[in-house]
Design a protein around this ligand. Structure first.
Ligand code: PMP
Length: 288
């Protein structure tokens, strides 16, 4: 494999960053996980907008233009002959020895890693083996006023500790007030009494791009997804539920804390709509 480090393609075994890099030392870095379908990143504009927002929340500007990031992403995919892929694009605040306070003019580090994934769309296969078993853990989601949840940073200790607490496929965290927030790497949608619900972004919840796309597709189908503040009891009593993220897309949940949930027709309809959206935006030829 070839990875991109500071704009240069290098063999994966030689792709390294400095031990003085703030991304390594402090998690002082932002990243995006993207998915390429048929050679093109899905929802590029939204991912790049979230990258900008993450940088802004950390108090720096990305040192690379959007065009540069896009062309380097495509170049990295092409160099590895990949069209169906996972992409991780990271920008760190760069090399800086000694001080915790960030430098005013950091020379940032850019890393783009890719790996193969199955095809998406209506002819595709999910990356997951089956519906998810989920546990609601005691590890609380870090408060938004401590580390803004909208910043997708290299510091994933909160999610790692949640995953250490439980070996379930995904661990769902609550905020300090016991309200449902999100999974360690996914957003949550559940159904109760025929209505879909998702925790509000007013809480410590990453604004997931899949969540946003799913909400738009739901609106087109006339399915309402209510945004609100919920408790673990709401999820445990759900008729059905799913997790959303870029690689999983929409992954149904079969169990919460050991209790089986049913199949939810509305979630199945959203899965079909998502696949059709990917198919039409990435695989259908323009004149078909
Ligand atoms: N929440 C967290 C904490 C995540 O790490 C992710 C994965 N990026 C998500 C939600 C889902 O976001 P997206 O749909 O943009 O992948």
């Amino acid at each position: 494999m070839l990875y991109c480090v500071n704009g240069e393609l290098v063999p994966a075994s030689e792709a390294t960053v400095s031990v003085q890099d703030r991304g390594f030392k402090y998690g002082d870095a932002v990243f995006e996980t993207l998915r390429a379908y048929d050679g093109q990143p899905f929802e590029w504009d939204r991912h790049v907008a979230r990258l900008h927002r993450s940088c802004e929340l950390l108090g720096f500007e990305p040192g690379y233009s959007d065009e540069f990031l896009h062309s380097k992403t495509l170049e990295t995919l092409a160099a590895n002959d990949l069209s169906e892929a996972y992409i991780r694009l990271s920008v760190t605040r760069g090399i800086h020895s000694g001080k915790l306070s960030p430098p005013s003019d950091p020379e940032q580090t850019l890393v783009i890693i890719v790996s193969e994934l199955p095809r998406g769309g209506t002819e595709g296969h999910p990356v997951w083996d089956g519906p998810a078993s989920v546990e609601i853990v005691d590890t609380a989601r870090v408060a938004d006023d401590a580390i803004p949840a909208a910043a997708k940073t290299h510091n994933y200790l909160n999610g790692i500790l949640a995953r250490c607490e439980s070996g379930a496929d995904e661990t769902v965290m609550t905020d300090a007030n016991g309200r449902l927030s999100e999974g360690a790497t996914s957003n949550l949608i559940f159904s109760r009494d025929g209505r879909l619900h998702t925790p509000t972004l007013d809480g410590p919840v990453l604004p997931g791009i899949t969540r946003a796309v799913v909400k738009e597709l739901a609106a087109q189908l006339g399915i309402e997804i209510e945004v609100g503040s919920y408790t673990p009891a709401d999820l445990r009593a759900a008729d059905g539920a799913c997790l959303t993220n870029t690689t999983w897309e929409i992954r149904p949940i079969e169990k919460v804390d050991g209790t089986h949930l049913g199949n939810c027709e509305q979630i199945e309809a959203l899965r079909t709509a998502f696949d059709e959206y990917v198919e039409s935006t990435h695989y259908d030829s323009p004149d078909s």
